[in-house]
Design a protein around this ligand. Structure first.
Ligand code: BES
Ligand code: ZN
Ligand code: ZN
Length: 461
């Protein structure tokens, strides 16, 4: 799909220019392009703006170029990346390849008529060293993983139940040679995973706990636990969501999609690191014996929880999955990622994820990775005043804040179960899904948010 070097058969030639004024474009103008069609070939020049080209614009311009070539129906595309590399250095190839690969992709659909076009992209104007070739290969694997996460998020709830998700991920895990274990509802009951089961047993489609283990660094005892919320459908349960808010809730397993896609990419690229992904997968539905507000349940860690709202289900799954990851898998750091709160969407929209963390060093790792990937994250404060909002008169903690501050309190609730290990909580309720794209490299709906950053957290350590 993406190759290095010239190809005689190429019929579209893309290049990027930084000196917009020379080309007659306005100062600072970016994302504008010119093309010239000659016989059966097209030449496309994309402007990057005159000065201070930002790294975060690179994936966007690359995707924009691919969309134009695609619209003109050329399929063998030669991309001259020399200007981008001389400006940013070789590592920009991660962003270039991401933009090109995602820009050329279509929204995967379920229409009875499928049209598939094969594209070949040839990169020119880069050093043809082994190191650079390796980087391009790795970058393509990461981009494919972003597409996998999108595909899983977009799969409808009737086609992707927890059991089907477990089967599909098991199949993929075997393909990339990583260990997989799936716990059913009986095994989870034996482990007292009652917080998870109180949500999971609300549906006729049984819950699953999916464990993916990639141990790529035998010299290290460190294991990062990536815990991803896998609610394949969130109706809200008895605290039923209104129809408008329920649309898109098939994507409430985006955290699961992210951690699975990330661990597959790490394994395929043989990165030297240890990661165990734990995915609590279930539906949040209404049935005869679904949990209801006022219930008090005992989590795997032994803490009692008063249910204030059945729609705050994600945190219930995540805490039992975290306890499992710490007690049974021996993870030494915990990162949980989830489409957790409407509040994060209200604050940051689809462009920034909210983060809560108890550890500056671990958070620094996320920040450094985000500098490579150009995804946006914002760390929110942990204060005693916020903790108090989760007080319950009857149980150890409530699953619902009595004082608002939804994203922070949800994070703090989860952090109570991290046993003081370095912990990061990422709320991707806004970034995992776009009704219409905010960037050129996105398609409608699932975005594959945070796959690139979670991947690079393991390379920038
Ligand atoms: N899955 C939702 C959060 C969500 C909202 C994801 C919008 C994607 C887009 C979550 O389970 C939820 O319903 N959260 C509630 C919590 C509240 C009842 C404390 C929310 O944020 O409204
Ligand atoms: Zn919910
Ligand atoms: Zn949810």
């Amino acid at each position: 799909m993406i190759y290095i070097g010239h190809n005689q058969a190429a019929n579209a030639f893309v290049s990027f220019i930084t000196k917009n004024e020379e080309a007659g474009w306005k100062k600072g103008e970016y994302l504008s392009s010119r093309y010239m069609i000659m016989e059966d070939k097209v030449e496309l020049v994309v402007g990057l703006g005159e000065e201070a080209i930002e790294r975060k614009k690179v994936a966007n311009v690359c995707a924009k170029a691919m969309k134009e070539v695609k619209a003109l129906e050329y399929t063998k595309i030669s991309v001259d990346v020399s200007n981008l590399i001389s400006y940013f250095g070789d590592a920009i190839l991660y962003n270039i390849v991401e933009g090109l690969r995602l820009g050329i992709s279509d929204l995967q659909h379920y229409k009875s008529e499928q049209k598939e076009t094969e594209y070949s992209i040839y990169l020119t104007g880069l050093k043809e060293t082994e190191e650079v070739k390796e980087m391009v290969k790795k970058a393509e694997v990461i981009a494919e993983s972003v597409l996998l996460a999108r595909k899983l998020v977009n799969a409808p709830a009737n086609m992707l139940t927890p059991v089907i998700l477990a089967e599909q991920l098991s199949e993929m895990a075997k393909e990339c040679g990583i260990e997989v274990e799936v716990l059913d509802e009986v095994a989870m009951k034996e482990l007292n995973m009652n917080a998870l089961l109180s949500v999971g047993m609300s549906s006729g489609n049984m819950p699953r706990l999916i464990v993916l283990r990639y141990m790529g660094d035998k010299d290290s005892k460190e294991i990062t636990g990536y815990i991803g919320k896998g609610v394949t459908m969130d109706t809200g349960g008895y605290c039923l969501k209104p129809a408008k808010s329920m649309i898109g809730m098939k994507g409430d397993m985006a955290g699961a999609a992210t951690v699975a896609a990330t661990i597959f990419a790490l394994a395929k690229n043989k990165e030297k690191t240890n990661v165990i992904a734990v995915i609590p997968a279930c539906e949040n539905r209404i049935s005869r014996d679904s949990f209801v507000p006022g219930d008090i349940i005992t989590s795997m860690a032994g803490k009692t929880i008063e249910i204030g709202n059945t729609d705050a289900e994600g945190r219930l799954l995540l805490i039992d999955a975290i306890t499992y990851a710490i007690e049974k898998e021996g993870v030494t750091k915990v990162l949980d990622i989830a489409t957790l709160t409407g509040a994060v969407v209200a604050s940051f929209g689809s462009v920034m994820a909210g983060v809560v963390s108890n550890n500056d060093e671990f958070y620094g790792q996320l920040e450094r990775a985000a500098k490579v990937t150009c995804e946006n994250y914002w760390r929110l404060p942990i204060l005693d005043e916020y903790k108090k909002m989760l007080n319950s008169k009857l149980a150890d903690i409530s699953n619902m804040s009595n004082g608002g501050c939804g994203t922070i309190t949800a994070g703090i609730f989860i952090g109570e179960f991290a046993n003081n290990l370095p912990w990061i909580h990422v709320d991707i309720a806004g970034t995992a899904w776009v009704d219409s794209p905010c960037y050129e490299f996105q398609t409608n709906y699932g975005t594959g948010a945070s796959v690139t950053t979670l991947y690079h957290m393991q390379t920038v350590k």
